[in-house]
Design a protein around this ligand. Sequence first.
Ligand code: NAP
Length: 281
Amino acid sequence: MAELIDGKALAAEIRQAAALRVKSLNERGKTVGLAVIIVGNDPASRVYVNNKKKACAEVGIESFEYALSEDTTQDELLALIEKLNHDDRVDGILCQLPLPKHLNADAVIDSISPDKDVDGFHAVNVGRLSLNKQGMRPCTPAGVMRMLQSKGIEVEGKHCVVIGRSNIVGKPAAVMLINAGATVTVCNSKTKNLSEITRQADILIAAVGRPGFVTADMVKDGAVVIDVGINRDENGKLCGDVDFDTVKEKASYITPVPGGVGPMTIAELIENTVLSAELKA
Ligand code: NAP
C-alpha cells in the first residue's frame, strides 16, 4: 500500500515560509505584489484565479486583478502588460490561460518581462531551465520536484516516465528530471506500447488530462506515481489521471487528487513571486 504525498500539507508549509519572507521584505520597506490578468468568463479560470488571490492574501502578497472582457484585443492586452512590466509594485505578472481564441497566447506570454514571469512560461525562462540556469521555473513541475524531494525520493539514476509533453507540464517536468540526473522517457498520444514503457518507470508522472488513464497494470511494483491530472469523472467529481484505488496498492508513493499537485502549483507561484521581489530588493 502506497504512502501518500500530501500536497496540501506541503503547500501550507511552503506558504508559511513564504509569509516570513514577505514579512522580512515588508520590514525593509518592500511590498510584494502579483498582477493577475483574466480575460473572459471561463468558470474554471475564475476558480483558479480566486484560489491564487486567496493564497496571496494569506502570505501577505498584494494581488492586483485585471478582469478584462472577452472581446479585449491583443493590443489592449499587450498595452496592459507593458504597463505592469514597469510598475514597481508588481513583482509577478500572471495571465490566466487559456485565453480566448482570437488572442495569441505565445505573444502575450513573451510580452511579460522574464523577471516578472512567475509562471515560468516565457521563452527566456524556458531557455534558462533547459540550460539549468537560474530563472523562473514553471510552477506545476516545480511542485512535482518538491513533492519528490519532501519524501527524500532520489531522482538521480532513476528511470522517470512522463506521460504528456505539454509546454506547461510534461516538457518542463522532463527537463527538470534530466537536470536532476534521471533517465527520462517522455510519452505522448502517438507513443506505441505505452504500458510497456510505463511499467519500466521507477517514477511515473501522469499529465494527460484523462480520468483514470493510468491503471494498475501500467505500473511497476514499488513505483512512485505522481498524478498531475485535474479532471471530472462521469459524476462530476474531481479526479486525476491515475486510477487511485488500484494503483495505490502497487505504488510505493502516490499523490492524491485533489490535495496533491494542485495546491503545490499555487505554492510554487507564491514562491516565484517572493523570489522575484527578493531579487528586486
Ligand atoms: P495537454 O496540453 O492537453 O497535454 C496532454 C498531453 O497528454 C499531450 O502531450 C498528449 O499528447 C498526451 N496524451 C493524450 N492522450 C494520450 C495517450 N492516450 N497516451 C499518451 N499520451 C497522451 O494538457 P496539460 O496542460 O499538460 O495538462 C494535463 C493534465 O494536467 C490536465 O488534466 C490538466 O488539467 C492538469 N493540470 C494540472 C495542474 C495542476 O496544478 N495540478 C496544472 C496544469 C495542468 P500529444 O502531445 O501527442 O497530444
